[in-house]
Design a protein. Sequence first.
Length: 334
Amino acid sequence: MTKNRFWRLDRHPDGDDFASALSLQQETLAPLKDGEIRLKNEYLSMDAGTRMWMGEREDGYQPPLPLGTPMSGQSIGRIVESRDGRFAEGSLVRVFGQWAEYSTVVPDDAWAVVLDDDVPDIRQHFGVLGLNGWTALYGVRDIIGLVEGDVLVVSAAAGATGSLACQIGRNLGAKVIGIAGGPEKCAILTERFGVDMAIDYKNEDVAERIVAFGDAPTAYFENVGGAILEAVMPNMALKGRIGVCGLIAGYDRDEPMPGPRHFDQVLMKRLRIEGIFLPDVPEKGPELYERLLGWLREGSIDLPFDMTHGLENTLVAYGRMMTGKNVGKTLLKL
């Protein structure tokens, strides 16, 4: 019988104390049921949105995980057993599975996708070609409606989705302002991702720096919320567009975040604000993938990886991502 190590959610975390909330367990894998597939995970994706799944809030876009169950998250691996004729053994797939050595899922429920083995670095199926890339392109192009000549601000710009949003904005002809924490990240934004201005929110006044850019932002790709949103909103151009992809500043709260102090600017400047949620448009996946693959092949988009090794170190990787110690996409290699 095959043994499987997995992370179990035992209690709701207090802030970033994940070690007290999750524990590494072992089980014997049950026989596969009709309609299920099982993959041996090769990589686990560390994603900020999963922090909400650990809490108690019932009003998010996904209900919280029940305590005592395996922690969920994206994984890439090869199918070792299949009882779904669409998914052959040996196929490389990406799913919403478990933080575990093996993920057992119902493909349609888990957004299972068979991946192209010919991509030189299969990690990009979590990066440029993964849901971070799809979300960035869908958000910048379709929700915000970015056009050539726009001025785009991106918060958490050195993270996985933010860094891709910066590059997509640049590729679509916008001027890009990236907001990140620390001089090293800001240097990466300008030197590697080609943003026109990088703002270090830890050491600079965000609002003052936006004003100093000269051209008021017409578009804003929001990943953070809180003080960053409050700094950007009053400095938007008339009829600016804001796409809200994430609100990481409030993911550890058990109650809704308070509204921004400058919410009146929505009226004064006739701002349009819309949430970015990729599962609303699953039919767009193939087209988003092809556009991103073209940019990746021509070298006009890239994503670095922040790597941690070993299932036992999952919480180290997750903590790096949640506290902003990473640049690019945070992954765990099993």
